[in-house]
Write a protein that binds this ligand. Structure first.
Ligand SMILES: Nc1nc2c(ncn2[C@@H]2O[C@H](COP(=O)(O)OP(=O)(O)OP(=O)(O)O)[C@@H](O)[C@H]2O)c(=O)[nH]1
Length: 273
């Protein structure tokens, strides 16, 4: 079975850092893993170079210069070019067909919410390249400082979840920047929705009460209130996140039974005598 993790979320929320943190962790655990960069505007990669890079096909800078587009139009053009060159992507991926792929995606939120391009890329991985995929949506810890920021972050995550239709983990990144004993952290990681509503009502004008109620109900209905915290300075935190990812990808279900643990149907396990 082939596995790919798509790391998505708004610009600056720690996607690339999450990718390199996971890759370092997996390499230390002797798992074969490769970074795929699907951001044609990515500047550079500090720790780990991508094995597959859309910038080898096209960059936003080139498109902006040659076609006189702005950065957003340039990004969309790059994705259209990628869809015209699926063979190129397939050939690149073929070189790493035994390995776990971590795909770093652009930070333009419209690619996950109302423009179908990221969905089309995921469809390619699932249906043409035969990968089992899951998404990690990054929201940085500063979003827990006030309910309106939290609402907007969670609604974007939900919108991406609905659009992409893949197994999904919400990751609260940059936890090392939060004070360890902050009550806000626990309150927003696995939220008690009545408490969330109370906090939102306290922080906003009375006229928004019914809107707050509706948003909280929506969040509750979609089970969106759970975030896996990531403190990249804490090995246990990285391990917990990786476990969630493996569960979402059902990696363990596909593993060969460990030696000595398989159940031989012909064997008599009733050793009473
Ligand atoms: N302290 C801390 N800083 C982080 C963490 N993750 C990312 N950063 C910083 O946040 C900034 C943005 O991080 P990136 O990983 O580039 O974020 P991104 O989501 O890939 O950004 P785009 O590529 O612009 O979409 C950088 O300055 C990182 O050093 C983290 O876990 N802790």
């Amino acid at each position: 079975m082939l596995y790919a993790l798509f790391v998505i979320g708004p610009a600056g929320n720690g996607k690339t850092t999450l990718c390199s943190t996971l890759i370092e962790y997996l390499q230390n655990s002797k798992r074969s893993v490769h970074l795929v960069n699907l951001d044609p505007a990515a500047d550079y990669f500090e720790h780990i170079e991508p094995s597959i890079d859309i910038k080898d096909l096209v960059t936003v800078d080139e498109v902006m210069q040659e076609c006189n587009y702005g950065p957003n139009g340039g990004l969309l053009y790059c994705y259209e070019l990628l869809f015209d060159n699926v063979d190129w992507l397939q050939e690149q991926i073929g070189g790493y067909s035994e390995d776990f792929l971590i795909v770093d995606c652009p930070g333009q939120i419209e690619l996950y919410t109302h423009v179908p391009y990221m969905k089309q890329v995921i469809d390619l991985f699932q249906n043409k390249f035969n990968y089992r995929v899951c998404g990690a949506y990054c929201m940085e810890s500063s979003f827990v400082v006030d309910p309106s920021k939290y609402f907007s972050g969670v609604l974007c995550a939900m919108s991406a979840m609905i659009q992409l239709e893949i197994p999904y983990i919400n990751v609260m990144t940059k936890m090392d920047l939060m004070p360890k004993d902050s009550p806000m952290v626990d309150r927003f990681l696995d939220v008690d929705t009545s408490l969330l509503l109370e906090t939102a009502n306290r922080a906003s004008h009375d006229k928004y009460r019914s809107l707050n109620e509706t948003i909280v109900r929506l969040i509750d209905d979609y089970s969106m209130v759970k975030f896996v915290p990531l403190d990249r300075t804490d090995e246990e935190s990285i391990e917990r996140l990786m476990l969630e990812i493996d569960n979402a990808l059902q990696v363990w279900d596909d593993e060969e039974p460990k030696e000595g643990k398989e159940f031989d149907q012909g064997e008599d396990y009733d050793n009473d005598d």
